[in-house]
Design a protein. Sequence first.
Length: 646
Amino acid sequence: MKSLLIRLTLGLSEQDVTPEQRVHINDFLTKKYLTHKNNIYKFNSKYRAGTLGLVQKGTAYLNVIGELTRDLFIGDGDLEEAKEGDLVISQRLLGKRGAPSAKIVEIVGRAISYSIGYIILKDAHASLVDLKTDYPTGVEITKEELDAYDVGDVFKIDNASYKIMEKLGNISDPKVDEKIVLAQYDKHDEFEPEVLEIATSFEAVDASKHKKRRDLRDLAFCTIDPVTAKDYDDAIYWDNTNTTLYVAIADVSEYVKPFGALDNEAIYRSFSIYLPHRSIPMLPRKLSETLCSLQPHVDRLAYVFQMKLDMNSLEVIESKVYEAIIHSDRRFNYEEIDDFFDGKLKPVNDKEKQIFKDLTHLRSVTNALREKRLKLGYDFRSDELQMEIDEDSNLKETTIAEETPSHSLVEDCMLLANKEAAAQFDRGIFRIHEPPSQTKLQILYQELAGIGMFIDIKTSIKETITAIQKQAADMNLVSEVDTLIIRSQMQARYAPLNSGHFGLGFEQYTHFTSPIRRYSDLIVHRLLKAINNNDTEEGSYVLRNIEALSMTISEKERESSSIEGQFMDRKFARWANENIGKEFKARITATEPDFKAQIHDEIMGARLNITSTGDIVLFEDVMVKIDRVDIAKAKIFASVMSKIDV
């Protein structure tokens, strides 16, 4: 329902209405919530849709759907039966003094469609409560039904009907963690038979059937990915003689066409989800890990950006994007390329010898591109935690991922292609990142001053933050300070119109290079193809609901990120539960509004709620004792035992 409300807020074309949506639209038209002009359905100016915020003393604020829209005050008597988290349609109360206000006219669903309940013993009686709050779930369940379950049994609950959808397992079983984080966002690994049937219907690539594509099979493309990767989105080739970079991207749009079950499922998922032990792909594995994946030694369809660079200015002086066939000669992992750069890996044949020679030239180019980029953009170095879990789904070890020369080489190739793709259109899907507000910057400066940093406000935000980062390096707090800087910024998101990318320092930017795992990139491919082919019909389709699609994809991205983070929190909680009473090294990561810390010991990254502090300050190193763990909520509580003298 929320997706429909977003589309109706921004305008939904009549030709894109599904049979399921038609029922609601006809109902809304009858009630005069909508207008219907020029074949576009849109909320009447009197009405707004949104999510109801915290209800206090019979009043609340409505978080209105749409960008740059103010929340509406819902006064006493205007709530109807709406509760916090409800999706509602409201009627604006015009001419009323004070803050913009409205009254609820209809409850159409819940903002969070599904929740997780589990059984606890309360006053010696079994009770089904919400996993996050311990409040009753609202599910009607008899004593006999409750008694048939075990304490700790976990369930997925439909928040609209307040019915149990399925039993997920028991909270005592570590394997239930994955089911919990996926179920609350209604994510699933399995694909419907209709989707799988489409995915398996494609034939292997036969170059003779693609004569209109540019044949680049003679170029020495290679892929460079993590050692565990199975889906290879991108391949690169550097032509040093002509100072031209080729970035070949899996041509997913050749297989996933608009409309139909496969595209609908891709839109619904929007992103692949990466858990420590496995991935939940956006596309069926037959496509994501086989036919679309740019595997070595096989022909693959690709969408290629060919970019000629001026080696003095490092600007792209000529670029073109086109459909091609490539034949990747080698699949490398990052460690192999780093070993080559360190002189530890030698070519085993003439083809590898040529690839290594090309990569050596390319490395000097990407190093120069990076140096130029960082004069305007930022180099944020917050730690990326990697977690390994065992076959029983328990935490085994953690490591901090390092950014190495191989990562930097690939990153700057992809940034260049993404940047060039964004320059091809004025309206589409941009990846935007607005500058931080002055209010957030002032809070940041106050936090940093509290740890003894001298904040010298320069003539630009770039100069000020660069000076802060230099001080952080001198204090050995690079990652911690960069994390605070990142928190002070706006969240990057997708938008139909360009407003630049503050973090990268780019005037325009989009996502072009990962269509196997991001739906946004697939849309950009479709749009670029429509532009290049002068296909106004396809271009019109892509752009028709681009505002709603941008907002929906941004929301799906946040969901995917939350799932990945919450899963790791649950693994940390189970580890901590086995270590109650033990002491570990930790670093204080927050002092307002509550004290929090992060373990920096044999296990790294576990987030702690500090209950007993003493005289400690932000980023101070301390010894903590794990006091208790709430497995259901994945929260670890600890007390500070002593400071660590550096």
